[in-house]
Design a protein around this ligand. Structure first.
Ligand code: FAD
Length: 506
């Protein structure tokens, strides 16, 4: 081969980048995927374990992400990948009419409240008092005139403090485990930002038919191509709220790895931690130094790593790579026997808003997912329909504060979070029984936080990478332009296409 491309990082972003490269690169291009750990998948990690309460039964536990949304262009793009990988038969769709799709809750003032399913629904939510002042405020209030601001500033200015503190902050806990007063509205709730910009009012914009997906010409072309290739996907999307696979989301990353191996196009090297990248711009090569391996010389690098990790591999300083932090989340899986533990109201789960003062009152609890109720049929044998499986997510932007007085040793922290999760379930869901099985994982710096100004920083980074590395380095991954698995896959496709088109131009 004339050209060698290395993808660094074997999470869903790196696997997808290698997969899209392998599908479209001419035979003259060699592809290597370098992953530091012994497995691919990154934060995607699904375990099947024995059920202690139902002999012969097994339970599926997710350590990281647990469901995908089929909606939008990125949703459609992942479904196309699922089809091409031939793993549709293990899809577990959650119908839009199921309780999990209809009932999402927030825990506030000692009880659970049903979350609205749309912005208009949110504007009239009973938890937030009379609706007119809020909608009225949004109709008359002026634009901030700023390029970006925090979600809290934006939402409070347009809809009042209660709306931000009681509702939106809970959603931000659910997606980013983040602080509503620090995250960028433009990078996280782009639709709200554009409604204000284009219509001067969110409510008015929605009434006038605004609020659709923000599509680039590349997105538009992608959507057209997929709809033409797989017209039946529309039916799945219209009926499905979220989905996973029989053996969890890791089915996707495992299938990607298997397909890459079968293609014979990608050299997957695990246990290969990259330590340093040296760019020789005159010879147009990159030397990749690794722990325990000989250096590798390639023509192009695509880094699918958390930005801070990439920063540590580069000789040059790029402040845009280290500005936005990532938060740590404790994930606690709790399994009860459904004979003695039942949910009063089935649904997807509940979130804790900022107004609950979670750091003090709930040891940093962000929310609880009702796994067995939302994605049914992952547990097998006698466990199926006989377990109540919950996951408590704890910490995020509150992690340092709630663990400050504790020994930072992982085992001790895990016991602390397990106690928090058990106590939470007892208090919030009135489940007095002891769990049959408990697993805790502390995921250090696992969710990137797009702080105010993030998009501008990404534009600057893009320009600097182009000028400093003359096109030899490209980046992708959750740290840049979208944290969901769908976003990671779509952005991987875009970077793979962009890099290959550059080679074709050469
Ligand atoms: P990572 O998964 O971080 O992958 C990076 C890879 O690079 C890792 O495998 C790492 O080992 C490797 N690496 C690091 N340093 C080096 C080095 N020096 N050399 C070589 N390799 C290196 N998204 C959803 O869509 N739905 C959900 O339900 C959902 N829930 C989530 C729940 C939790 C608890 C978490 C943490 C995330 C969740 N997300 C969810 C978000 C989503 O899972 C992540 O954003 C996504 O998996 C990130 O993938 P990535 O490949 O960009 O990064």
């Amino acid at each position: 081969p004339r050209t060698h491309i290395a993808v660094i990082g074997g999470g869903i972003s790196g696997l997808s980048t290698a997969w899209y490269l392998a599908r479209t690169a001419p035979p003259s291009v060699a592809i290597t995927l370098l992953e530091s750990s012994k497995r691919t998948g990154g934060w995607i990690s699904s375990d099947r374990v024995k059920d202690p309460a139902h002999p012969g039964g097994t339970i599926l536990l997710e350590r990281g992400p647990r469901s995908l949304r089929p909606q939008g262009i990125s949703g459609l793009n992942t479904l196309e990948m699922v089809g091409d990988l031939g793993i549709e038969s293990s899809l577990v769709p959650v119908s839009k009419s199921s309780p999990a799709a209809k009932n999402r809750f927030i825990y506030s003032r000692n009880k659970l409240h049903k979350l609205p399913s749309s912005i208009m629904g949110a504007l009239t939510h009973p938890l937030l008092g009379p609706k007119l002042p809020r909608a009225g405020l949004d109709l008359v209030v002026a634009n901030s005139g700023q390029e970006d601001e925090s979600i809290q500033e934006f939402v409070t200015r347009r809809f009042g403090k209660g709306f931000s503190d009681d509702l939106i902050s809970a959603m931000v806990h659910g997606i980013y485990a983040g602080d509503v007063s620090k995250l960028s509205v433009r990078s996280t709730f782009g639709m709200l930002y554009h409604l204000e910009k284009d219509y001067r009012s969110v409510a008015l914009g929605l009434l006038m038919g605004g609020g659709g997906p923000i599509e680039t010409p590349w997105d538009h072309k992608l959507k057209e191509g997929i709809t033409k290739r797989m017209p039946d996907l529309g039916d799945f999307v219209s009926k499905t709220s979220i989905y996973s696979f029989t053996d969890g989301l890791e089915v996707l990353s495992r299938a990607l790895e298997k397909d890459l191996k079968n293609s014979g196009r990608v050299d997957i090297r695990k246990d290969s931690r990259v330590k340093k990248l040296d760019f020789d711009l005159s010879r147009r090569t990159v030397k990749i130094s690794m722990k325990n391996h000989e250096p590798l010389s390639v023509d192009h690098v695509i880094a699918a790593l958390p930005p801070r990790k990439l920063h540590s591999l580069l000789a040059k300083d790029h402040p845009e790579l280290v500005y936005d932090p990532s938060v740590t989340v404790a994930v606690v899986n709790l399994v009860y026997s459904s004979e003695n533990a039942k949910l009063a109201s089935p649904g997807f789960g509940y979130l804790i808003p900022r107004s609950e003062d979670s750091t003090v009152k709930h040891n940093g609890l962000l929310g609880v997912v009702y796994d067995s109720c939302s994605i049914t049929s992952q547990d097998q044998g006698p466990s199926r329909d006989h377990t109540l499986k919950l996951t408590a997510m704890i910490g995020g932007h509150m992690f340092d504060e709630v663990t400050s007085g504790h020994n930072q040793n992982n085992e001790e922290l895990e016991s602390f979070f397990i106690e928090t999760a058990k106590e939470t379930v007892r208090k919030h869901l009135q489940i007095e029984a002891a769990p049959e099985l408990v697993k805790a994982h502390i995921h250090r710096e696992c969710i990137p936080q797009y702080l105010v100004g993030h998009l501008e920083r990404m534009q600057t980074l893009d320009e600097r990478l182009r000028s400093d590395y003359d096109g030899l380095l490209a980046v992708t991954g959750a740290g840049y332009l979208g944290v969901s698995v769908n976003d990671c896959i779509k952005n991987a496709r875009e970077v793979a296409e962009a890099v290959l088109s550059r080679f074709q131009e050469d």
